[in-house]
Design a protein around this ligand. Structure first.
Ligand SMILES: *[C@@H]1O[C@H](CO)[C@@H](O)[C@H](O)[C@H]1NC(C)=O
Ligand SMILES: *[C@@H]1O[C@H](CO)[C@@H](O)[C@H](O)[C@H]1NC(C)=O
Ligand SMILES: *[C@@H]1O[C@H](CO)[C@@H](O)[C@H](O)[C@H]1NC(C)=O
Ligand SMILES: *[C@@H]1O[C@H](CO)[C@@H](O)[C@H](O)[C@H]1NC(C)=O
Ligand SMILES: *[C@@H]1O[C@H](CO)[C@@H](O)[C@H](O)[C@H]1NC(C)=O
Length: 690
């Protein structure tokens, strides 16, 4: 018995000594004990690029940092816990260089200096949390930060001086938040920033000088935002930027001017943007090696010289643009080093041999396009047959769609001898469709043609006239024979515009039916005296425009000049004074288009009474019935207004009706005898209330 007891005692002592020794060893190596639920080890940190004492307490349902985290901890992982905030939740760790607080429920970081005890911190990850705001001062004290990641959160607002003092920050990741504008002040101290990721946010505009402090930035990602526009100086100061990603935004034209300041740019990516056309000199004088405009559902045409003077350019990615139909034979001017042109999966039926003129060692992918295997593709067939220095890669996927007799045949399986040398024109571009526009907008008409001999292309206007340089219409501008613009569209621009391509072998015609929607606004005279006319109008209740112009002049006068009065959209009538007796006036309601030109929406002719006329009751030269109906409506409106105003007064004594200012506006200049008109005008805006 005794020996068993003694043995057990001995064993216990041994276990005790072992545990004690192990703890001493652990203490020696780790500096202290490893807390429950954490894992402590020397581990290589990719963020710090060194082997460091790492305490990993991830995914433990923690609401606080556990007690007993070794004070010498260099890397602390608290990811995937249940932290709601960080106020007094973290121990003092003077050696800490890396802190991961991602995947928590942190709802606020507050206005304090919660990280000030971590003066050696180099890497901080706050991704996948719930806080919306970064207030000034939150990062105060951590001047040695090199990498800051706040991705996949709810971040909406960042104070201007939040990142103050972050002079050695090299990497900043703010992707996948709800940031809607970028403040230049954020970056003032980030003179060493190399990578900036603000993709997957809600940024809509890039202002002038936004990144001007980031002289060492190499890589900027702004993909998946809502960028519609940017200042010409949006990218000034990015002296070293090598790559910029602007994909998946709402950019409608290549930002040619802004990218001019990027002197070291090697890669420009504009994928998945609604860019309908690449125009001449859209990409000009850049040092880029690689350009990408892919995955756009809007891109249809690439114009002559769209790529111009790009001496370093080697690769152009223009794939998966399902509506891209045409690349101008001279699209690439002064692009001597082009090696790879990806045109796969577009809607291209042919490309011109001029594209590869004087080029050697070029690889082109045309796979997945609906090829037109007639005279237009003979040269490609030859290039496939002979070992040409222009190589069409993935040639198994060069499938003919037309002409019908070779549909679904591989181009390489055709017999060159059966391919015609000349063929009639085939039209491409946005033709054979209906285009709907609103009054005042513009439309660009485009069409192109394939064929050999090279077809001549022209447009025929709805009037049947051929459009050419001599066309005398100030609101039509011809860009090339194949392309013109109509500015300030009017309803009577509606009609069928035909594009015609001709060569010796035939003709091809395509049509665009243009519908210009007028706004259904009608103006009528309501009261006519010898010296004034009150006009009323309807149709403005939809608030399409903020204001309208009333234009009037004596009918039959030679000049085109009208007197003008501007009225707010809430007006429904107006009295024009100081008219001449017994004179016919033309009175129109109009809007200003983008260029400030007046577009008349509705006009009426009114003859003023003779000088002896004294107005009694309602008189109109036309549309008596309408005036009566309007009168009845006005009466009802007076009652409704009266009741509602009374009700409001009752509810709130000091309520000042917004109509008051209007009434005085309207009353201004109204002749004294025109009392009933004044009542009508006063009540009409009531229709718009609430
Ligand atoms: C920390 O622990 C979690 C879960 O125990 C593990 O998934 C993760 O990879 C660890 N992280 C590091 C940096 O060791
Ligand atoms: C390709 O080879 C054919 C003969 O096989 C020749 O007639 C033709 O001129 C060659 N084309 C080119 C571009 O070298
Ligand atoms: C331009 O069009 C007008 C009218 O259609 C036509 O008479 C004229 O000959 C054309 N001019 C040219 C240079 O084609
Ligand atoms: C446009 O429609 C006309 C008439 O239907 C047709 O002949 C022509 O091929 C079409 N053109 C294009 C480019 O679709
Ligand atoms: C305006 O009045 C005219 C004539 O009574 C009528 O044809 C038109 O539909 C009205 N428009 C609206 C928008 O009420």
């Amino acid at each position: 018995m005794a020996s068993v007891k003694g043995y057990l005692m001995h064993l216990l002592v041994q276990i005790f000594i072992f545990v004690f020794m192990w703890k001493v060893v652990a203490l020696k190596t780790l500096g202290s004990l490893c807390p429950d639920r954490c894992n402590c080890s020397q581990r290589f940190s990719s963020g710090l690029k060194a082997k460091v004492l790492t305490v990993n307490c991830s995914y433990q349902n923690l609401k606080n940092a556990p007690l007993g985290i070794p004070s010498k901890t260099q890397s602390l992982f608290l990811s995937g816990n249940r932290f709601l905030d960080l106020f007094n939740k973290l121990p003092e760790l003077p050696q800490l260089m890396e802190l991961d607080l991602s995947n928590n429920n942190i709802k606020r970081l507050g206005r304090g200096t919660i990280f000030q005890n971590f003066s050696r911190l180099k890497v901080l990850d706050l991704s996948n949390n719930k806080f919306k705001t970064l207030f000034n001062g939150v990062f105060r004290g951590i001047h040695r930060l090199e990498r800051l990641t706040i991705a996949n959160g709810n971040l909406k607002f960042i104070d201007e001086r939040v990142f103050e003092g972050m002079k050695i920050l090299r990497y900043l990741n703010l992707k996948n938040n709800q940031i809607h504008s970028i403040a230049p002040e954020w970056f003032l101290d980030m003179i060493n920033l190399e990578i900036l990721e603000i993709d997957h946010n809600e940024i809509s505009y890039i202002s002038s000088g936004t990144f001007s402090s980031l002289a060492n930035l190499l890589n900027l990602s702004l993909t998946n935002n809502q960028i519609r526009g940017m200042s010409d100086n949006a990218f000034v100061g990015l002296h070293k930027l090598k790559s910029i990603f602007l994909g998946n935004n709402y950019i409608q034209h290549v930002p040619s001017a802004p990218v001019q300041s990027l002197k070291k740019l090697k890669l420009l990516n504009l994928d998945s943007n609604p860019i309908p056309l690449l125009y001449t000199r859209d990409f000009v004088n850049l040092s880029v090696v690689e350009l990408s405009v892919s995955n756009s559902t809007s891109l249809t045409l690439i114009d002559e010289g769209a790529f111009w003077d790009l001496p370093s350019l080697e690769s152009i990615h223009l794939q998966n643009n399902y509506h891209l139909q045409f690349i101008d034979p001279e699209a690439f001017i002064k692009v001597p080093n082009l090696r790879f042109l990806n045109l796969s999966n577009n809607n291209i039926s042919a490309i011109s041999q001029n594209i590869v003129k004087q080029r050697t060692n070029v690889q082109i992918s045309l796979s997945g396009n609906p090829l037109l295997c007639d005279c237009n593709l003979r040269w490609i067939k030859e290039a496939l047959d002979n070992s040409s220095t222009v190589v069409f890669i993935e040639s198994d996927n060069l499938l003919c769609k037309q002409p019908e007799e070779v549909s679904n045949t591989r181009l390489q399986d055709l017999d060159l001898g059966n391919m015609p040398v000349q063929c009639a024109p085939v039209l491409v571009g946005p033709v054979n469709q209906t285009v709907e526009k609103t009054i005042g907008e513009f439309h660009i008409f485009e069409c192109r043609a394939f064929g050999n001999p090279s077809p001549s292309v022209y447009w025929v206007l709805p009037s049947g006239k051929m459009l050419n340089d001599t066309t005398n219409d100030i609101h039509i501008q011809m860009k090339q024979p194949e392309s013109f613009v109509i500015f300030h569209l009017k309803p009577n621009d509606s009609g069928v515009y035909s594009c015609v391509a001709e060569n010796v072998l035939g003709q091809a015609v395509g049509a665009i039916r243009l519908l210009v929607d007028s706004i259904d606004i009608n103006i009528f005279p309501q009261r006519v005296s010898s010296t004034f006319v009150t006009v009323v109008w309807n149709g403005t209740a939809r608030n399409t425009y903020p204001e309208y112009d009333l234009l009037y002049r004596i009918e039959g006068e030679k000049t085109d000049r009208y007197e003008t009065v501007t009225v707010s959209y809430i007006f429904r009538s107006y009295t024009i004074n100081n008219l001449q007796p017994e004179t016919t006036y033309k009175i129109c309601i109009a809007v200003k288009d983008d260029e400030g030109e007046n577009l008349k929406l509705s006009c009426t002719h009114v003859k003023t009474q003779d000088a002896n006329f004294i107005m009694q009751g309602i008189q109109t030269t036309s549309n008596v019935a309408i005036a009566v109906v309007l009168g009845i409506i006005s009466g009802m409106v007076i009652i409704i207004c009266f009741v509602s105003v009374a009700a409001r007064k009752y509810r709130q004594r000091h309520y000042e009706t917004p109509q008051k200012s209007l009434i005085s506006n309207m009353a201004h200049g109204t002749p004294p005898e025109n009392v009933s008109s004044l009542i009508v005008t006063r009540t009409e805006p009531c229709l718009e209330q609430d």
